[in-house]
Write a protein that binds this ligand. Structure first.
Ligand code: GDP
Ligand code: GDP
Length: 439
C-alpha cells in the first residue's frame, strides 16, 4: 500500500515534465496532442527516498477554455479521490489564471492534502508574485523548474511530511505475538488470571537471554488461535502467595511493561472497585498510548453485581475520558468463569488501536465535525482547519492542518477526539491529535 500522489493542474503548466522528473524516467509524453485520452498509469517513484505511486493524470484534462474548470474537474476527480497527496501545479510565468482559481477552489474542498507547486521558476526566480499564489488559499507554493530540475529537493522536503506515515511492518506481521501486559494493584488477581489464561499444555515458556534471572518469557496460543506474549512476567507466575506491599508494585516496572505492550489488561478487584491506585495505572496506560481492556475480577464474590458495574461505569465516565467506552470483562480468575471472553476483547481492542482510516474517509468525518462545531477564536482570530491526516496508528494519531492549528484550545481538541472516536468506533483506545500550522 504505497501512498499515491496525483499531479494536477490545467494544461501546459508542466505536469508531464514534473511527472517525468519525479519518476526519473521518460514515461509520460510531454506535449501530448490535445484531446488524446490516455489510460491513467501509476508509476512507482521515490519522494525523498520514500517509495510512492505517481498517478499519471497528464493529458486527461484537455478541454476547450470556456469549459475548462468543469471538464478538468470531472477528469481529475478520480485521480484526486484516490490520492493521498495532490501536487497542484501552476505556471509561474503565466501567473494565476481564472481556471487555476476555479481549480483551487474545488481542490480546497477535496479531502486529500494539496501542495501548491509553482513551476517554470528557473532563471529569474519565477516572475509571479508570491502573494498572487497565496490567493489560491493553498498555502505557500513550492517554487520549482520541472524542466531544469530546480527546487525538486524543496518539493521533496515539503511533500514528505504530508504523506501518510509508513505502515509499521509489525502491523503486517501476523505471526508476531500480541504483546500483553497484565497490570493492576497487588492482590487484584493478576497471577491467578494469568494462570487461568494459560493452559499448561499450550504454554510455551523458556528462559530469555539477556533478561533477569526470574524473568520468564511466557507465550501461549489463545482461543482465537493467535499467539500471545506476556510482557514483564517477572515473578508473576511463581509468586503464588507472596504478599506484596505497595512499594513492590513500583510504578517503574508497570511503565516498563506498558512500554513494551500493545494491550494492557487492567485487573480490578470487583470487591474493592476502582480506586485512585487503579486510576493511576489506567492513566499510565493511556499516557503510554496503550490499548486497554479492563478485567473486573472476583465477580464470583460480588453480591450486588448491578451496583458494582454501575459504580465502575461512574468512575470511568468521571475520570477516564481518554479511554471512553473501554471494554470491561467481568470474570472470575479463580473459577475460570468468563476468562475465555478476555482475549477476544483484547484482540478487538488491538484491532482498533491498529486501525488506519483512509484519508478520504477521514476528511469526510473531519469536514462534518468542523462544520458542526467551528473552531473557536483565539486572540480574536478564527483558526481555520483545512484537512486532516492520520500519520500513524498504534495509537491512532490524527494531524489537523491549517494556519495556527497548533493553537487549538484543549476543549476543541477534545471535541475532535471524541467525535473521531465515535465516528470510527474506537472505544478503549487513546487517541492523539496534533494541530499543525501552515506549512
Ligand atoms: P502538461 O500539459 O501540464 O503536462 O505540461 P507539459 O509537461 O507537457 O509541459 C508544457 C510545456 O511547458 C512544455 O513545452 C514544457 O517543455 C514546458 N515546461 C515544463 N516545465 C517547465 C519549466 O520548468 N520551465 C519552462 N520554462 N518550461 C517548462
Ligand atoms: P496479584 O497480586 O494481582 O497477582 O493477585 P493474586 O492472583 O495473587 O490474587 C490475590 C488474591 O485474590 C488471592 O488470594 C486469590 O486467590 C484471590 N483471587 C484471585 N482471583 C480471584 C477471583 O476470581 N475470585 C476470588 N474470590 N478471589 C480471587
Amino acid at each position: 500500500m504505497l501512498p499515491r500522489i496525483a499531479i494536477i493542474g490545467r494544461p501546459n503548466v508542466g505536469k508531464s515534465t514534473l511527472f517525468n522528473r519525479l519518476a526519473g524516467r521518460k514515461i509520460a509524453i510531454v506535449d501530448d496532442t490535445p484531446g488524446v485520452t490516455r489510460d491513467r498509469k501509476e508509476v512507482e517513484a521515490r519522494i525523498g527516498g520514500r517509495p510512492v505511486l505517481l498517478l499519471d493524470t497528464a493529458g486527461l484534462e484537455e478541454a476547450p477554455p470556456d469549459t475548462v474548470a468543469g471538464r478538468m474537474r470531472a477528469s481529475s476527480e478520480v485521480a484526486v479521490r484516490q490520492a493521498d497527496l495532490v501536487l497542484f501545479v501552476i505556471d509561474a510565468r503565466a501567473g494565476i489564471t481564472p481556471s487555476d482559481r476555479a481549480f483551487a477552489a474545488w481542490l480546497r474542498r477535496q479531502p486529500a492534502p494539496v501542495l501548491l507547486v509553482a513551476n517554470k521558476t528557473e532563471g529569474r526566480g519565477g516572475g509571479m508574485a508570491a502573494y498572487e499564489a497565496y490567493e489560491l488559499g493553498l498555502g505557500d507554493p513550492v517554487a520549482i523548474s520541472a524542466e531544469h530540475g530546480e527546487g525538486i529537493a524543496d518539493l521533496y522536503t515539503t511533500a514528505l511530511p504530508m504523506l501518510p506515515e509508513e505502515e509499521d511492518p509489525e502491523v503486517r506481521d501476523r505471526d508476531r505475538p500480541l504483546r500483553l501486559a497484565i497490570v493492576g494493584r497487588p492482590n487484584a488477581g493478576k497471577s491467578t488470571l494469568l494462570n487461568a489464561l494459560l493452559g499448561e499444555e499450550r504454554m510455551i515458556t523458556g528462559p530469555e537471554p539477556g533478561l533477569t534471572r526470574d524473568a520468564v518469557a511466557v507465550e501461549w496460543i489463545d482461543e482465537t488461535g493467535g499467539k500471545v506474549r506476556l510482557v514483564d512476567t517477572a515473578g508473576m507466575r511463581k509468586k503464588a502467595r507472596i504478599i506484596e506491599n505497595l512499594e513492590q508494585m513500583s510504578v517503574g516496572s508497570t511503565i516498563a511493561a506498558l512500554k513494551e505492550a500493545e494491550v494492557a489488561v487492567l485487573v480490578l478487584d470487583a470487591l474493592l472497585g476502582m480506586d485512585e491506585q487503579d486510576l493511576r495505572i489506567a492513566r499510565l496506560a493511556e499516557r503510554e498510548g496503550r490499548a486497554v481492556v479492563i478485567a473486573l475480577n472476583k465477580w464470583d464474590a460480588v453480591e450486588d453485581r448491578t451496583a458494582a458495574r454501575r459504580a465502575l461505569d461512574d468512575v470511568l465516565m468521571a475520570s477516564l475520558a481518554q479511554l471512553k467506552g473501554v471494554s470491561v470483562v467481568t470474570l472470575s480468575a479463580i473459577t475460570g468463569k468468563n476468562v475465555n471472553r478476555l482475549m477476544p476483547a483484547v484482540r478487538e481492542t488491538l484491532e482498533r488501536w491498529n486501525r488506519r482510516i483512509p484519508t478520504g474517509e477521514l476528511n469526510r468525518w473531519f469536514e462534518a465535525a468542523v462544520a458542526r462545531h467551528t473552531p473557536p477564536l483565539v486572540d480574536g482570530r478564527r483558526i481555520k482547519l483545512r484537512y486532516a491526516t492520520m500519520p500513524k496508528a498504534r495509537p491512532p494519531t490524527i494531524a489537523v492542518f491549517g494556519p495556527r492549528a497548533e493553537d487549538l484550545p484543549e476543549d476543541y481538541r477534545r471535541y475532535l477526539v471524541n467525535s473521531f472516536r465515535e465516528a470510527f468506533d474506537m472505544p478503549g483506545v487513546p487517541i492523539r491529535l496534533h494541530g499543525r500550522g501552515g506549512r
